[in-house]
Ligand binder design. Structure first.
Ligand SMILES: *[C@@H]1O[C@H](CO)[C@@H](O)[C@H](O)[C@H]1NC(C)=O
Ligand SMILES: *[C@@H]1O[C@H](CO)[C@@H](O)[C@H](O)[C@H]1NC(C)=O
Ligand SMILES: *[C@@H]1O[C@H](CO)[C@@H](O)[C@H](O)[C@H]1NC(C)=O
Ligand SMILES: *[C@@H]1O[C@H](CO)[C@@H](O)[C@H](O)[C@H]1NC(C)=O
Length: 349
C-alpha cells in the first residue's frame, strides 16, 4: 500500500472516531435525562436508575440547614423534571419555604418523620401540573395550605397523618383520590369539608378525636372505596354518616375499630354487596333488626368481635334466619359465639 493511502486511511479512521467521540460528548451534554453533578448537590443524592429512562429521584434526607437545601436547587440541574423528592427522618428543616425548589419539578414530594411545622403555600408551585403525591406524614404541622390543592391538577395523594392539624376547611380537588388525615386533633368536621372531592376513593380519619360524624359527610363522594375512622370518640352513628347518599357502589372496606361506638341508626352504613365493615373492639351491646338486617341481606361482611353483645331478644331475628350471619368470631358477653346460638333459646322472645 502506497504511503499516502495509508495516511489517508489513518486520517479517515481517526476522523470517524473523533466524530463519534464528539457526538457522544454532545449527546451526553445535551442528554435529556441526567442527574446534576454529585458534588454540586451534596449532601443530597440524585438517583438515576437507568440511563435510558427519565426516572430520577432526589434524596435530601441528610441536609442539616435550610440554607444548604436552598443552595442545592440553585445548582445546575440538566434535567428539571424529576420523579421523587424525599426528606425522611430529618430534624433540621422546619419550614418548607416558598420557591425552595426553584424551577425543578417533581411528581412526588415526601417530607416524612420530621419537624416541619410550616408548609408555605408556594413551596411546590412549579410542580403544580406534575405533582401527584404531597406527603408530610409524621411532622409538626398545625396548619396546611389546603387552599392551594385545586391548583395542583395531577394531585391524587395527600398524606398528613400524625401532625397537629385541627381546623380543616373545605378541601377542593378534581383529582384527589387519597386523603390521610389520621392521628391529628381535628376539631368537629364541617358538613362540606369533603364535598368538593368527587374522585375521592380512600380516606383515613382514624385517631382524630372525633366525637361526631355529620350525617351526609360523604354524600358527594360516590367513588369511595375505603373509609377508616378507627380509634375515635363518637358513641352513635346516625343515618347516612358512613354511607354516601345514593352513591358508594364501589365501597369495599369500612374500618371503625377500637372506638366508643354503642349504637347505629338504620342507614348509617351503606348496604353494598362485597363490603367489609370492621367494628371490632367497640361497645356495641345490641343488634337491632332494623339496623342490621338490610346490611346482612345486602351481602355485607360484618366483623363485630370484642364487643359486649348481650345476645338477648334483640338478636332473635338473626338466630332464626339461617341465611344471615355475623362474622363467626362474634361473641356474646357471656362467652358463647353468636353462631352457636339456637332458635330454641329464643322461643320466649
Ligand atoms: C431502562 O428504561 C427503558 C425505557 O424506559 C426500558 O425499556 C429498559 O427495560 C430499562 N432497563 C432496565 C435495565 O431497567
Ligand atoms: C451539616 O452538614 C455538613 C456537610 O454535610 C457537615 O460538615 C456538618 O458537620 C453538618 N452539621 C451538623 C450540625 O450536623
Ligand atoms: C398544636 O396546635 C395547637 C393549636 O393549633 C397549639 O396550641 C399547640 O401548641 C400545638 N402543639 C404543638 C406540639 O405544636
Ligand atoms: C358476597 O360478597 C362476597 C365478598 O365478600 C363476594 O365474593 C360474593 O360474590 C358476594 N355474593 C353475592 C351474591 O353478591
Amino acid at each position: 500500500m502506497p504511503y499516502h493511502c495509508a495516511t489517508v486511511m489513518f486520517i479517515r479512521v481517526n476522523c470517524f472516531l473523533l466524530m463519534l467521540l464528539l457526538s457522544l460528548v454532545t449527546f451526553k451534554v445535551k442528554g435529556q435525562w441526567q442527574c446534576p453533578d454529585p458534588e454540586d448537590i451534596k449532601p443530597c443524592h440524585c438517583l438515576h436508575y437507568n440511563v435510558s429512562s427519565p426516572v430520577m429521584d432526589l434524596d435530601c434526607s441528610q441536609v442539616n440547614t435550610s440554607a444548604q437545601l436552598r443552595n442545592v436547587f440553585t445548582q445546575n440541574f440538566p434535567t428539571k423534571e424529576m420523579r421523587n423528592f424525599k426528606m425522611h427522618d430529618n430534624p433540621y428543616i422546619t419550614v418548607v419555604e416558598d420557591g425552595l425548589f426553584e424551577d425543578v419539578t417533581f411528581q412526588e414530594i415526601s417530607f416524612k418523620w420530621g419537624h416541619v411545622f410550616e408548609v408555605q403555600p408556594n413551596a411546590a408551585l412549579p410542580s403544580r401540573e406534575r405533582l401527584e403525591s404531597y406527603e408530610f406524614t409524621d411532622n409538626w404541622l398545625s396548619s396546611f395550605p389546603f387552599e392551594i390543592i385545586p391548583d395542583y391538577t395531577s394531585l391524587t395523594h395527600v398524606w398528613l397523618s400524625n401532625n397537629n392539624l385541627s381546623l380543616i376547611p373545605q378541601i377542593q380537588s378534581e383529582s384527589l383520590t387519597y386523603l390521610n388525615l389520621g392521628s391529628n386533633p381535628l376539631l368537629p368536621l364541617s358538613l362540606d369539608v369533603f364535598s368538593s372531592l368527587p374522585k375521592l376513593e380512600w380516606i383515613d380519619l382514624g385517631s382524630t378525636g372525633l366525637t361526631d360524624i355529620p350525617s351526609g359527610l360523604f354524600s358527594n363522594n360516590p367513588l369511595l372505596k375505603h373509609i377508616a375512622v378507627d380509634r375515635n370518640l363518637f358513641t352513635n352513628l346516625a343515618s347516612d354518616t358512613l354511607a354516601c347518599g345514593s352513591g358508594c357502589q364501589d365501597i369495599e372496606r369500612i374500618t371503625l375499630i377500637f372506638g366508643q361506638l354503642q349504637t347505629l341508626d338504620p342507614g348509617a352504613l351503606p348496604a353494598v354487596s362485597g363490603l367489609l365493615v370492621d367494628l371490632s373492639n367497640n361497645y356495641i351491646t345490641e343488634l337491632p333488626q332494623e339496623v342490621w338486617k338490610p346490611i346482612l341481606k345486602a351481602n355485607v361482611t360484618v366483623r363485630i368481635t370484642d364487643n359486649p353483645l348481650s345476645c338477648g331478644c334483640d338478636i332473635a331475628w338473626l338466630v332464626r334466619d339461617s341465611s344471615l350471619s355475623m362474622a363467626p368470631q362474634a361473641e356474646c358477653a357471656d362467652g358463647q359465639t353468636v353462631d352457636q346460638l339456637k332458635p330454641e333459646d329464643f322461643e320466649n322472645c
